[in-house]
Design a protein around this ligand. Structure first.
Ligand code: F6R
Length: 240
């Protein structure tokens, strides 16, 4: 596991964008696994800048996002599809038909989870998967539990996650209580993984990951089973 500790959020964003850009340059038709949340917003802004400057090309890129609320319409401004359009897809030369987010409007969530899993597997997994980390160590919507699920599935959200996401909704009561999420195996099928953590609130989860052991109480710790992981964090997340 490679660890890069940066001074500022800006530096975290630049370094992370560079890691993703390297994969895109080496493989112009790469599959990018993407995450939402506040942490990667700066990284997406950097990727947009690099695309506008002609440094990176999205024309042959395919994307697969980690997760989506369920149920939610893609037009809802709190949906992860909306977030991705707003933060990245609307500003780069990507073919939108090759951008994939689990369909929060699918009538049958379980069937959608199966379809999405088969689709990601048919691509051979992501060439690079971008991850954030929850305060409780979750990755995507894989929450700490006695057992974790390998494949894309429908899951209930924990109180902690509903609280953390409530800032994006009018109130905690408006946060959807379920999500479609890649499972641990779907995530680990990526050839390379970059996990980004900023702010002191992420210190406990990051420390558990960096400890090097594996526990279902911290889903991010499963990245210790993967042989190509880059951790990019700021000093606040690293030192607490
Ligand atoms: C987002 C996702 C989540 C976030 C995590 C951290 O697609 O899967 O697991 O990565 O909740 O969110 P932020 O970056 O908002 O702290």
């Amino acid at each position: 596991m490679e660890l890069i500790v940066c001074k500022t959020y800006e530096e975290v964003s630049q370094v992370s964008a560079k890691v993703v850009a390297e994969v895109m340059k080496a493989k112009p038709n790469a599959v990018l696994g993407l995450a939402t949340g506040s942490t990667p917003e700066g990284m997406y802004a950097e990727l947009v800048k690099m695309n506008k400057a002609g440094e990176i090309d999205f024309s042959d890129i395919t994307t697969v996002n980690l997760d989506e609320y369920y149920p939610i319409s893609p037009e809802n401004d709190q949906s992860y599809r909306y977030f991705m359009n707003k933060n990245l897809f609307d500003h780069v030369n990507i073919d939108k038909s090759r951008t994939n987010v689990p369909n929060g409007a699918a009538p049958d969530g379980e069937a959608e989870a199966k379809r999405y899993e088969a689709f990601v597997r048919s691509l051979g997994g992501a060439d690079i998967q971008v991850l954030g980390i929850g305060r409780n160590g979750h990755i995507a919507f894989n929450e700490p539990d006695e057992e974790l699920v390998p494949e894309t599935h429908v899951t209930g959200l924990t109180e902690d996650t509903i609280d953390a996401n409530a800032r994006f909704f009018a109130s905690a009561a408006d946060v959807p209580t379920k999500a479609l999420t890649m499972g641990m195996g779907t995530i680990l099928s990526a050839k390379k993984i970059i996990i980004i953590a900023t702010g002191a609130g992420k210190h406990a989860a990051l420390s558990q990951l960096l400890k090097g052991t594996v526990t279902t109480k911290c889903p991010a710790s499963f990245l210790n089973l993967h042989n190509n992981v880059v951790v990019v964090c700021d000093e606040a997340a690293y030192n607490g």
